[in-house]
Design a protein around this ligand. Structure first.
Ligand code: PLP
Length: 424
C-alpha cells in the first residue's frame, strides 16, 4: 500500500495523496506541460537526499558529507551534456522560472531590455510579464504571433528588435504549436548585439530526441524545465557555452538560490538516464504523431487550430470559429467533468480575457507515456468534440466519461501491484 507511513501519522495528507494518485490514474492528463515520470524517478525524488545540504557545486561544496550528492549531480550534468550537447550545464535551478532568473541575473542589470513573446500569444510569465519579477526589474517589449497565420513572423521580430535594441531576446514558448526557428531569432539577436535565451521548457524532450530543432550551439543560453516532455525529476536546467559557465553558476548559487534540491537533482539524473535510451526517441516521435492525429481529427470535426496544425506536442484550439458562444473556461470545465484535464488558453488576437479566454490547449506527452497511439488520440478528439459541442448535455457527458474510463483502463498507469507500468 502506498503512503502507509503518511497514513499512520497524517491521514488527511494520505487521503489527498491517494486521491491525487487515483485522479492521475483515472483521468487523461492533457495539460501540455505535464507528464508522468517513471517509478524510478519518483523513488529518486523521494529519497533521503531531501535531507542533505549541498550548497556549492560538485566537489566544491560549503558542507561536509556531500560525496553522494557530488556523484549524483555530476551524473545529472554529464547525462544532460550527452542529451543536449551543451558545453556547460547547471542542473540546480529549482524550476524553469528559476533557470530563466539565473540567466537574467547573470547577464543583465536592472533596467536592461528584454524582447519576448507576449504572454497572451504563448509566451511565459518569466519572460517579462508585469506581474513577474522580470516585468518589475527590466524594460520589456513584446512581440506577437501573426494572428492571420498563427506563426511567428521572424521579419517583424527582427524589425522590432532593431527598433527596440534589446539586451536579450527570448525565444521558446508555452503555447506555440509550431517548430521554433532558433536561427531566425539568432539573426535578430546578432543584428542588435543582444543575447539570445532559448527557453525550451516545453520541448526539452523533443529537442533531446532530435524531433525538434535544437537551439544548443545557436542561442547563448538554453533553459528548460525537466519534468515536461523530458520526463525527469521536477525542476529546471540551464545550458550554455563554457565562456558563460562561471557567471551562470554564480547567478544560480549564491545569486538566486540557496541549497540545491538534491532529491530533485537525483530525479533529474534518473530521468536523463532514461531519456538516453533509444526508446526515448520513439517516445518523442510518438508524442508528435499523436499530436498531429489529435489535431487532424479535431479539424475534421470543424475546430480551428491556431496555425492550422502542429509540429510539436500540443495543439491550440481557437473556439471562436466553431463555437463562438463557448469560452475556453466552459470547455475546460465540461471536459474536466468527463475526465479530460486540459487548460483554457488565450489565443493570438484574443477577444475575451485571460481568465475567460477563447481557446483551449491540449498536449500529448502524458497520454503518450501511457501508451496512447494515433487511433486512441483520434478517439480522444472525438470525445472532446462531443463534449465541447454539448457542454450542458448530461447524457452526452456521462457517455463521454465512461469512454474516458475505458481508455484509462485500456492504457493503465499502474500495474496490479500498484507500481507504475514500465514506460518505453
Ligand atoms: C516557456 C516556459 N518557460 C518557463 C516555464 C516555467 O517552468 P516552471 O513551471 O518549471 O517554473 C514554463 C512553464 O510551463 C514555460 O512554458
Amino acid at each position: 500500500m502506498k503512503y502507509e507511513q503518511v497514513r499512520s501519522t497524517d491521514p488527511a495528507v494520505a487521503d489527498a495523496l491517494v486521491g491525487e494518485r487515483e485522479r492521475q490514474e483515472n483521468t487523461l492528463a492533457m495539460i501540455a506541460s505535464e507528464n508522468h515520470v517513471s517509478e524510478a524517478v519518483l523513488e529518486a525524488q523521494s529519497s533521503e537526499l531531501t535531507n542533505k545540504y549541498a550548497e556549492g557545486y560538485p566537489y566544491e561544496r560549503y558542507y561536509a558529507g556531500c560525496e553522494y550528492a557530488d556523484e549524483i549531480e555530476s551524473l545529472a550534468i554529464e547525462r544532460a551534456k550527452e542529451l543536449w550537447g551543451a558545453e556547460h550545464v547547471n542542473v540546480q535551478p529549482h524550476s524553469g522560472t528559476q533557470a530563466n532568473m539565473g540567466v537574467y541575473l547573470a547577464m543583465l542589470e536592472p533596467g536592461d531590455k528584454i524582447l519576448s513573446l507576449e504572454l497572451e500569444h504563448g509566451g511565459h510569465l518569466s519572460h517579462g510579464h508585469p506581474a513577474n519579477f522580470t516585468g518589475k526589474t527590466y524594460k520589456v517589449e513584446q512581440y506577437e504571433i501573426d494572428p492571420e497565420t498563427g506563426y511567428i513572423d521572424y521579419d517583424d521580430l527582427r524589425e522590432q528588435a532593431e527598433a527596440f535594441d534589446p539586451d536579450i531576446i527570448v525565444s521558446g514558448y508555452s503555447a506555440y504549436p509550431r517548430e521554433v526557428d532558433f536561427e531566425r531569432v539568432q539573426e535578430a539577436a546578432d543584428a542588435t548585439d543582444a543575447y539570445h535565451l532559448a527557453d525550451i521548457a516545453h520541448i526539452t524532450g523533443l529537442v533531446a530526441a532530435g524531433v525538434h530543432e535544437s537551439p544548443v550551439g545557436i542561442a547563448d543560453f538554453v533553459t528548460g524545465s525537466t519534468h515536461k516532455t523530458i520526463r525527469a525529476g521536477r525542476g529546471g536546467i540551464i545550458m550554455c557555452d563554457e565562456a558563460y559557465a562561471d557567471a551562470i553558476d554564480a547567478a544560480v548559487f549564491p545569486g538566486a538560490q540557496g541549497g540545491p534540491l538534491m532529491h530533485n537533482i537525483a530525479g533529474k539524473a534518473v530521468g536523463f538516464g532514461e531519456a538516453l535510451s533509444p526508446d526515448f526517441k520513439k517516445y518523442a516521435q510518438q508524442i508528435l504523431d499523436n499530436a498531429v492525429a489529435l489535431g487532424d481529427r479535431l479539424q475534421e470535426h470543424g475546430f480551428s487550430l491556431v496555425s492550422g496544425g502542429t509540429d510539436t506536442h500540443l495543439v491550440l484550439i481557437d473556439l471562436r470559429d466553431s463555437h463562438p458562444d463557448t469560452s475556453g473556461t466552459v470547455a475546460e470545465e465540461a471536459l474536466e467533468e468527463v475526465g479530460i484535464v486540459l487548460n483554457k488558453n488565450t489565443v493570438p488576437g484574443e477577444t475575451r480575457s485571460p481568465f475567460n479566454p477563447s481557446g483551449i490547449r491540449a498536449g500529448t506527452p502524458a497520454l503518450t507515456t501511457r501508451g496512447f497511439d494515433e487511433a486512441a488520440c483520434e478517439q480522444v478528439a472525438d470525445i472532446i468534440y462531443r463534449v465541447v459541442d454539448n457542454p450542458d448535455d448530461e447524457d452526452i457527458k456521462a457517455e463521454a466519461a465512461s469512454e474516458v474510463d475505458e481508455l484509462c483502463t485500456e492504457y493503465p498507469l499502474y500495474d496490479r501491484e500498484g507500481s507504475l507500468v514500465d514506460f518505453e
